[in-house]
Ligand binder design. Sequence first.
Ligand code: ZN
Length: 497
Amino acid sequence: MNKTITEFKNYVERFDTLRKVAATISFDNQIYAPKGGLATRSKRLSFLSLEIFEMITSDKMKALLDELFPIANTLDTVTAAMVREFKKAYNDSTKIPKELVKELSETQTNAFEAWQKAKTENNFKDFAPHLKKLIELRKKSISYRAEKGQNAYEILLDDFETGMNIETYDKLFNEYKEVAVPLLKKIQAKKQLETDYINKHINIEDQKKIVEFISTKLGYDLNRGLIEIAPHPFCMTIDKYDVRITTRYIEKDLFRSFYSTIHETGHALYEQNTADELLGTALNRGASMGMHESQSRFYENMIGRSEEFWDYILDELKTYLPEEFQDLTQRQFYEAANKVEASLIRVEADELTYGIHILIRYEIEKMIFTEDINVEDLPAIWNKKYEEYLGVTPPTDTEGILQDVHWAYGNFGYFPTYFLGSAYAAQFFAKFNQRNIKELIKKGDFKTITAWLTENFHKHGSVYEPKELVQNFIGEQLNVKYYADYLTEKFTEIYGL
Ligand code: ZN
């Protein structure tokens, strides 16, 4: 048996190495690589993707899993988790016919291009047939994995966050909606905060210094990372010794790069702090999308948008800020960082309304997969929901249904994990606050906070499934009440409700 275990581990390490090579090329492709090499680079990337896919679905993998899966409960925790992960990947990947995988992948590529064009030209009509085909193919591919009577959306939700389903999400979103929507209406009825003072010009070179200062202050190790520019910021992990983030600079909007960098720093810290023993096991990465987002939101919102954070950071930050900012107070920065505004664009949304943007997408995805809906009607449905929940109507589809890339990739069921992240972050914060996290933030002691998260959370990578990890970590399951209370308390104070 020991021989099989060694063989399995070596096989996984080879797989993991290939995946890291693909990730490096993909980052290169998005950030540095010359445009002229796109076609041949894409060939290399699809060659690697195919190799990776074949390793998961090979006869060798099957033989190894056939031996190890039945005895998984006798293996050590890490090896058992590796077996669990690859068994799931093997099952999911081998059930769908290869031709369908190919067709789906080609449809995605075309849909992405069509979406880019449609977004630029505000022309949903031209994107609609692609979206329709993607939905059909998704439903078809899921049907090979579904158990009798199981809805496709249930499986998609579980794909993006193990253990989640419609019933659980419905409950979470309803609880949130009952608090967030009335809270927003109350705020909208009050006098709005005047925060134009924050939108002063700061040149990009200074902003670069600021984001480097803030991300390293929070614990991001630049010796094992770097900060590049991307229109849609993201974090890319090669392994824990090479975790890269990107950000976006706008000259009259300091907070754009500031908060997007803190957000990505939260993702990066999770990855940089996985345990060394997980290298090469394919488990040296965050446990799930929702768990990952809980960390980015924790640093961005619970730390970065707190009053204590501004109390601590402003004096030091001012050394990087131009003259026009020098007279501003902590409270002014705090208010500007938390201004509530019902807006059209998800990625620009404030902390309170962000979840409403996700709620709308969740409700529409659910309709797509559980009702007989016409793709052509989706823009009208979208606009109606924005009017109902946020009180704003998109003047164009570019600012409406076409704004996000997710559906163009065929990624249905992804959005709700953003909501999970925010809700988990608030719950972790409440738990940690029993040990006075606010005091630590006020002192700038981010090391202690990160050490706590690392010990209970980061170092485990994806050894545990999300629900088990959370249970071990805070001794209970997700409860939206923490998030609702957090939002109510915070915004009641800021707006004097
Ligand atoms: Zn994120």
